[in-house]
Design a protein around this ligand. Structure first.
Ligand code: C2E
Ligand code: MG
Ligand code: MG
Ligand code: MG
Length: 279
């Protein structure tokens, strides 16, 4: 009984420490929002045939004043828990739309077709969220069909409010992507009930396509689902030329990953000419 008691105490302390660390990080987030320590990086999404950069995904970056760069995987969940994701997310959306408008102005028809922005469950459940997004488009002059909002299956399972927000955005002409597809509360039914334009097939399925047979089956099945439903498929986390060629041969129209380019502050929109992905 003693040992069990000791373990329980140790476990309890560990939880406390973790909660404290999250609270500290949350307070730092608040300061950094006021001090402007966030930036938005952009990662290319390319057409697998021809290699043109069709779009960019906006990914937030935090330059912590003491700790330096902190990964979104570490701070987005904290910002979701304490609600700051609402303010941070709006800032990301506005920054990305402004940047996109600048590219359209500077690059003309060499500009990407759309900018993709991640949105969390907390944001979708915020009353008036669609109006905020529509307001940002009006303010920046970005066309609704040049914005793609990335949501996860899990966010849509958060409830009816989230689904209604997605429906409102879609009715306004804004594109909807299901992010990390296959890793959440995967339900193919969701694809019929929620208006989705783009299916982003998670990196975990892409990782093993050229080595393990099992995952290749899923990547293969998902391109058929995507095509059958009239969606555009994007393969996430493509790291090698071999994976890119394999996905292209399966019929994937788009891909994203370090093989094509990492998230950067100022991507180059020169047409991509890697021979391995050229037709
Ligand atoms: P995500 O939306 O699935 O974004 C893709 C993530 O995979 C990015 O990580 C990107 O840098 C990384 N990635 C892309 N290609 C490769 C690859 O070839 N190999 C590997 N190993 N990684 C690759 P990042 O920027 O660290 O973001 C992580 C997650 O944080 C995002 O996953 C998204 O869920 C969330 N996130 C990022 N920015 C925002 C934001 O502004 N708002 C919200 N709500 N969430 C965000
Ligand atoms: Mg995403
Ligand atoms: Mg993703
Ligand atoms: Mg992912």
């Amino acid at each position: 009984a003693k040992a069990t008691g000791g373990q329980l105490v140790a476990y309890g302390c560990e939880l406390d420490e973790r909660a404290e660390a999250a609270e500290r990080l949350g307070a730092d987030l608040r300061h950094s929002l006021d001090d402007g320590d966030f930036r938005v990086f952009y990662q290319p999404i390319v057409e697998l045939r021809g290699g043109r950069i069709a779009a960019v995904e906006a990914l937030v970056r935090w330059d912590h004043p003491v700790r330096g760069p902190v990964s979104p995987a570490a701070f987005i969940p904290v910002a979701e828990d304490n609600g700051l994701i609402v303010e941070l997310g709006e800032w990301v959306m506005r920054t990305a739309c402004r940047q996109f408008a600048t590219w359209c102005h500077e690059l003309g028809d060499r500009a990407p077709e759309y900018v993709s922005v991640n949105v969390s469950a907390r944001q979708l459940n915020e009353p008036g969220f669609p109006d905020v997004v529509i307001g940002i488009l009006a303010e920046t002059g970005v066309a609704p069909n040049a914005l793609l909002v990335e949501v996860t299956e899990t966010a849509l399972f958060a409830g009816q409010t989230a689904i209604e927000a997605v429906e409102t955005l879609h009715r306004s002409g804004i594109g909807i992507a299901l992010d990390d597809f296959g890793t959440g509360h995967s339900s193919l039914g969701l694809l019929r009930t929620v208006p989705v334009d783009v299916l982003k097939v998670d990196k975990s399925f892409v990782d093993e396509i050229t080595t393990a047979g099992r995952r290749a089956v899923i990547v293969d099945a998902l391109i058929h689902v995507s095509n059958g439903l009239g969606l555009r498929a994007v393969a996430e986390g493509v790291e090698t030329a071999e994976q890119a060629a394999y996905l292209r041969d399966l019929g994937y129209p788009y891909a994203q990953g370090y093989h094509f380019g990492r998230p950067v502050p100022e991507p180059s929109f020169e047409p991509y000419v890697e021979p391995a992905v050229r037709l």
